[in-house]
Design a protein around this ligand. Structure first.
Ligand SMILES: Nc1nc2c(ncn2[C@@H]2O[C@H](COP(=O)(O)OP(=O)(O)OP(=O)(O)O)[C@@H](O)[C@H]2O)c(=O)[nH]1
Length: 271
């Protein structure tokens, strides 16, 4: 194809519009029509180029046999198809991104937020505390003698117990409290704006709810006289200006106290 210098499309459109003006002087219809056709060719070549870039697999050679209007319509249809595919692709990427984010911040077994999520939440909260928020309290919860459940009933049964405990804990929390799976059989609960006394009430509600878990059903009804599942809890309140790791450490020490005092109970550490 011979090289054609690009036409200024706006000028050509102005020329065509002037044809429609009743008062326009005699116009060179033929020259303007030729330029109009050239503009059409120019746009078609651009469309061709765009299609080649966006649809490498599309075969455009056969369109040469079609009339100009048919070629144009065909190219437009192909572009519409590409736009739809691109839209679908983008939506898929957004959904994939969402599920990756969900997977990165949640525990696959219980569906609870994971340790990473909780750390991010605590960082944000400590920043809020520095701007005068109302404080928060942490509950460190740990299933008692969980190794025994695994050893006696198998790891899969242990997993079912973990899921049942996660559900029981969540049943006792408000929507703005957060329970994360902190480690193997450990859960960390974040209670915003809670005084220790209130947190202890939440802890005893959680301990009660876990005791009520129907162990026979969770373990597949295989055994009759199963001991109840119990938790121990450590409670610690965030102290102004401290690092959240300090609060976690106190909650952990309080949990250790509760275990030492016989398990199935909560203890707290003020300092
Ligand atoms: N089934 C199952 N077991 C797990 C998982 N993660 C950790 N564990 C088990 O949890 C058990 C934890 O045992 P220990 O740390 O000895 O604690 P414990 O037996 O609960 O004893 P106390 O905490 O002192 O009451 C180990 O047997 C781990 O293998 C898990 O995802 N699934």
């Amino acid at each position: 194809m011979p090289f054609l210098p690009p036409l200024d499309e706006d000028i050509v459109v102005d020329e065509v519009q002037s044809l429609l003006d009743e008062n326009s002087p005699d116009t060179d219809w033929k020259a303007i029509t030729q330029r109009l056709l050239a503009v059409h060719e120019q746009q078609k070549r651009r469309l061709d180029k765009l299609l080649r870039i966006s649809d490498g697999f599309g075969d455009l050679t056969h369109v040469e046999n079609l009339s100009l209007t048919e070629q144009y319509k065909k190219q437009l249809r192909r572009l519409q198809k590409i736009a739809r595919i691109s839209d679908l692709y983008q939506r898929t990427m957004v959904e994939l991104n969402e599920s990756l984010k969900q997977a990165a911040l949640h525990d696959p077994l219980t569906g609870l937020p994971n340790r990473r999520y909780m750390i991010e939440r605590l960082r944000e909260q400590v920043a809020r505390e520095q701007r005068g928020a109302n404080g928060f309290t942490l509950l460190m919860l740990d299933i008692d003698h969980f190794k025994g459940i695994n050893d006696q009933y198998g790891h899969e049964s242990g997993d079912h117990v973990l899921m049942a405990v996660a559900t029981a804990i969540q049943q006792c929390l408000r929507e703005y409290d957060v329970c994360a799976r902190w480690g193997g059989e450990e859960f960390l609960v974040f209670l915003p704006g809670k005084a220790v006394v209130d947190a202890q009430v939440v802890a005893s509600r959680v301990l009660d709810q876990v005791r009520r878990i129907d162990v026979g059903r969770v373990l597949g009804g295989a055994e009759q006289s199963l001991p109840a599942i119990t938790l121990s809890a450590g409670v610690a309140e965030y102290l102004p200006k401290e690092h959240y790791e300090e609060t976690i450490k106190r909650a952990d020490q309080a949990l250790y106290d509760a275990k030492g005092q016989g398990r199935d109970r909560s203890a707290s550490r003020a300092h």
